[in-house]
Design a binder for this molecule. Sequence first.
Ligand code: SF4
Ligand code: SF4
Length: 708
Amino acid sequence: MKQVIFALMLLAAFGAFTVTLVRYARYAALGTSDPRPRIDQIGLRLWNVRVYFIGQKKGAERQIGQSASSYHHLFIFWGFLIIQIGALELFINGLWPAFNLGMVLGDAIYGVVRWVIDFSNLIVLVMIGYGFFRRIVLKPRLIPINLDASIVLGAIATLMVTHFGHWAFDALASSETVVPHQPVSSVVAGLFSSMSPTTAAMLHDVCWWAHAVTIFCFLNYLPFSKHIHLLGALPNIATMNLSDRKMDLPKVDLEDEKQWGVGSFEQFSWKSLIDTYACTECARCSNYCPANLTDKPLSPMDLIHDIRYEMLDKGPLLAKIRELESTPDYDWRNQELAALKKQLEEMPAMVGGRIKEETLWACTTCGACQEACPVFIEHPLKIIQMRQNLVLAQEKTPPDLARAFRNIERNSNPWGIGADQRMDWAEGLEVPTIEDKPNPEYILWVGCAGAFDQRIRKQTQAMVKILNAAQVDYAVLGHNESCTGDPARRGGNEMLFQMQAEQNITTLNEAKAKKVITSCPHCLHTLKNDYPQFGGNYEVIHHTQLITHLLESGKLKTQTNGAAKLNVTYHDSCYLGRWNGEYEAPRKALKMLPVVGQMTEPERNKSKGFCCGAGGGRMFMEEHGKRVNVNRTGELVATGATTIAVACPFCNVMMTDGVKSMDKDESIQVLDIAEIVATALGGQSRTATPPVDVAGDTHAEVAPESAS
Ligand code: SF4
Ligand code: SF4
């Protein structure tokens, strides 16, 4: 009788679980095809599974603000995997009471397996205790103790307790106090050694059934809980983006108005939808998010959950609609189809509904969330795709960003300064244009900030001084250069971006450009990673990479010029570092300069660096409340350095503004690395940074359109 009941429960539990799994897979399959290869390079993908899924490399990493690595999840995960061997034995044993794994493995191996399982149960139980302690007492940011967490932690703890119980009471039922090869269960048996065999036999049955029922319930609760990541993490890691382009935005087909960005969940690719099943709710993304840390209405973790809830809410309806659409065209079908479509249409929209506009506009596209995520979820890609829907399909662009877009269209730069002033920065300097010098080795891409912003012009002039000193064969595109379209693409205006890309690619191709140098990581990212989608293929390097090469090869000679040595800290640009993997060139360049004395790293540096707040079009948008750049400047000032070195014009503007907001502009200067190098060549004095002329007091103020 016991076997029959158990068999029915087993069938029901696994049957229901399979139905849920198929349903979830079906919802993800409602997404669009993914433009990237996802099942190539099998060896590398298996390696990633070993390192990041089994080895939990990113999950165990020490986080900012933590004193040690986070191993507790690793222990729970491994322990949980190991005890599945015990669960398998229990399932077979429930159907065939005489069975034990020793019959398959042999007594010696079985003894070791039992010992390992028993010990793993103890480790998991201790870690679950720590899990409760952490949530209730330590209260980590954004990881509360809630009903779901309590159910999950409680269920796992029940499995551990009933494991020890059923083995210990089994021994006691036979008047034994030692469970062979199970030291922890033996200790438990010892605690109850005075118990009568009859009571022990009864308690053994209770524990055995409680263990089985908990497994069956947990299995079916799992897809509806945070533990859904147990199902989603493995496929997500296995199909991660392996290309060097970490922000690989798909090209929007502007002819297809139905798919202008992502407005509803099924417009995401299937891979983006699988992402949402993989979230472990560790909150790392939100804890590294500059928008979230400055109280903006954006939590990348909640955003991923919202997409999942959207899929689970609307997926059943849409799946049914797709199913009916593939059946023959009968009246009953058309009626049902119309009713279902109406029902779906009446549900609130995802973008602008469940996911608020202000959430999407708060993002600086800094990539800190994606970098921190242990299961490789790509948040910024989704945010930009939803912005595309807001801008192109819903025509909802924040006014200040819309103004920047119009300025790019009319004057080739987001500030709306007359395009005829693009070369004013070069007045009085020896700067060859492409007309003066056809076929140069390098095109110097000046960028809009480098050409129009009074502060950043000094950075461009410093770069020219360096190139001339090292006798680099280069030319600028002069008035033919136009905004790369970075703010447009990151801001969701794919139409404007594509226009800019096509125009600039024509200009670069006419100039027969092969190598491009730029001081702006946003230009670098766009030229290097976005333009190839439109046929623009160039070797694009950042000015710090060229400077490092020139210093290492001895083509640039530097000296102290008798000035006091600088006490420097370096602020990583997100678009140079996280998105393009360059952390070392700026540091190497600084360390090679005789004018640099001390170099101190801020706590958040390299891949864990903190955004300046200007990416993703935020440079041109008003910021309310706590400001990201002031927050970051505070971290840099806390290093004790008196020079903040930057490698990006946007970071330069934001840090300069931050230093001013802190009333530190008399004592702390913000300099681009090119400017520091140029002073070491002689002839340029190192003084406190002058105010920013174009952006005014705050980075968000945009020159009036009348300027155009
Ligand atoms: S890209 Fe940066 S600002 Fe945007 S959600 Fe991620 S961490 Fe936050
Ligand atoms: S998205 Fe990634 S980093 Fe954020 S909570 Fe989920 S698993 Fe953690």
